[in-house]
Design a protein around this ligand. Structure first.
Ligand code: OAD
Length: 252
């Protein structure tokens, strides 16, 4: 049963855009420069592991320069100050939610700062580069390490827990995601079917905007802190009656 004070938040690449990390599908985004089949699928890795390592080494180097922005910080504040449960399910592989102070977090697409060995399955924290010559620190095998990222065609992590969280959400918020990649793109329907109110916060209407009860559009660093302020001040009106918002448009 949905509980009014349980908030489930889905985040995507748009949340980290203003921290300097590229999104995937925006103009000039990552998938405009790389073919995802070559760098983000098991087949691509089997075919050319060096290219895949190079791709994620660049992502790790960009990440080393990135800091959480006002939207990450506002969501961490929401978790600390909201009386009920707040959980973030992120598609992002960066660690900016954690650095901002978020504790209750699910990385459904894995983590850039982790690597795992395909032979012995050991998982390691990883901040530097990976190559095909990198030896697994646990078993010593070479040519066996891969980024701990969920690639296309692989099962996202923690799906059972996510289903439980969606089923008991009173409010489901989707932030900075284009709504193109399943299963995450279907979470709004799952949460809504169980009775949650649903809200999109995004730069522009996502592919699934019509699924949401309300949408607020603008840069995450502006609309997320403003929304969190309203929520914590209990000034957030019922979504069923809300018609306007600071930067936003109402959609139904
Ligand atoms: P996308 O690149 O598909 O979408 C990013 C969304 O963020 C778009 O809808 C933008 O309009 C929005 N956006 C951009 N800048 C923003 C800003 N400053 N404030 C608010 N919103 C902004 O990224 P995701 O939806 O996260 O998976 O992509 C989902 C998955 O597809 C990723 O996890 C990744 C990718 O392929 C894998 O690599 C397996």
């Amino acid at each position: 049963m949905p509980e009014e004070n349980r908030i489930v938040i889905l985040t995507g690449a748009g949340l980290s855009a203003e921290s300097g990390l590229a999104t995937f599908r925006d103009k000039g985004g990552i998938w405009a420069k790389y073919d995802y089949r070559e760098v983000a699928t098991p087949d691509g890795f089997a075919h050319n592991p060096a290219l895949v390592h190079e791709f994620y080494n660049l992502r790790r180097r960009d990440h080393a320069r990135a800091k959480p922005n006002a939207a990450h910080l506002a969501l961490a504040r929401l978790e600390r100050e909201h009386g009920g449960r707040v959980i973030i399910i992120t598609q992002n592989v960066d660690a900016l939610h954690e650095v901002a102070g978020t504790k209750n977090l699910i990385h459904m697409h894995g983590e850039l700062l982790k690597a795992r060995c395909e032979r012995c399955k050991a998982q390691h924290l990883w901040t530097g580069d990976l190559t095909t010559e990198t030896a697994c620190p646990a078993c010593g095998k070479r040519n066996s390490m891969r980024p701990d990222i969920v690639w296309f065609g692989e099962m996202p992590y923690h799906m059972e827990q996510i289903a439980d969280e969606l089923a008991s959400a009173g409010l489901f918020i989707s932030i900075g995601t284009s709504g193109n990649v399943y299963p995450a793109a279907g979470f709004v329907r799952e949460a809504k079917a169980k009775g949650a109110r649903t809200l999109e916060l995004n730069l522009e209407p996502s592919a699934g905007v019509t699924e949401f009860d309300e949408a607020i559009h603008g840069p995450a660093t502006v609309i997320v802190p403003a929304f969190v302020d309203r929520l914590l001040e209990k000034a957030y009106p019922s979504l069923r009656t809300a018609t306007t918002s600071t930067c936003g448009v109402k959609t139904n």
